[in-house]
Design a protein around this ligand. Sequence first.
Ligand SMILES: Cc1cc2nc3c(=O)[nH]c(=O)nc-3n(C[C@H](O)[C@H](O)[C@H](O)COP(=O)(O)OP(=O)(O)OC[C@H]3O[C@@H](n4cnc5c(N)ncnc54)[C@H](O)[C@@H]3O)c2cc1C
Length: 338
Amino acid sequence: MNKFSWYEATSIEDALQQVNTTVSEELYQSTNEAAVFKSGGIDVFDWIKEGLIKPKKIINIRNIPNLDTISFHEKEGLRIGSNVTLAELATNPNIKNHYLALHQAVNHAATPQLRNMSTLGGNIAQRNRCWYFRSADHQCFRKAGDRCFARHSETGENENHAIIDNGSCVSIHASSIATALMAFNASVVIVNGKGERKEVSMDDFFVSAGKDIAMETILVAKEIITEIVIPAPSKNTKSYYIKQGARESYDWSMADVAVVIETAGDTCKSASIVLGAAAPVPYRSVQAQEAMAKKALNTENASAAAEAAMSIARPLSKNGYKVPLFKSIIKEAILKIT
Ligand SMILES: Cc1cc2nc3c(=O)[nH]c(=O)nc-3n(C[C@H](O)[C@H](O)[C@H](O)COP(=O)(O)OP(=O)(O)OC[C@H]3O[C@@H](n4cnc5c(N)ncnc54)[C@H](O)[C@@H]3O)c2cc1C
């Protein structure tokens, strides 16, 4: 691990004055002069320990005041400060009562110890877990290299990788919590170095590999996430989240799905259906949403929605199992709504 200095940021403005790049920008084009944010530190220190980034300065944003509150209003919805830990989210009664799928996603993410450290801002800004991307021995497209090692049909270890939108990069997004956040139409509040504030929907926050191979989010240098905002659900909104990992105890997702449905009796008025571990970014399945809209909540329609979601899947050499797995959890999550 290289030596770096530590800066304890006291305010958003202070942090933005110190920062000069993002971990993503540094991974793509290393300057070795980087001053980067650290919140929980779990992802940042992984990159440093592997020698993939050698920042000069770590800016600890974890203790900035007022970024660690959760508030809920029946009409305005939920506001979560970017430094709120996953452990705090996991036990929040308003999240459990009004945003069940988010409660389930958080409680299935990582381990209790990791949830104590991890912040929501860091969780949605973390980079993907492709082993080639995370290996110092593999210069893949995401690190300005000349190939995707996972894609290779014989040598590529692509069991965990993407089955949708798997073009130049076949990684899957690491945040399973983002799957639920997107299904609830959450947005991300970002402040920049000039003090300007913007609110970006989760759908626009994540960047597909086809659009920009260096990035997984729109975050650039001198920008900080301050809040995640979720609209108030209508009285008839119900939700469910399912994550399938290789182990029961804890693991990254092999497949996960969040379903948020506005019901009218036994019918689905409208559906928001997002898949995790399917594509390089959390993937909104418009196909499944359309298949469920204005349909009865029953087994036949849930199966049709699952089939529709997977109609665009293009598995790699070793991850064909994901197609039936997704079909099964999408159907199950929809039927849990009834
Ligand atoms: C073994 C293991 C299993 C895991 N399993 C899961 C899982 O199942 N599901 C899941 O969702 N996650 C999982 N995680 C991820 C983990 O829970 C953390 O959320 C994640 O690693 C990063 O959170 P952090 O707060 O430590 O972020 P950090 O490491 O501090 O930061 C991550 C990135 O975000 C940037 N950043 C942080 N905060 C901000 C901000 N406010 N504004 C702008 N940029 C910011 C940092 O510069 C850095 O690039 C797992 C992690 C491990 C190690």
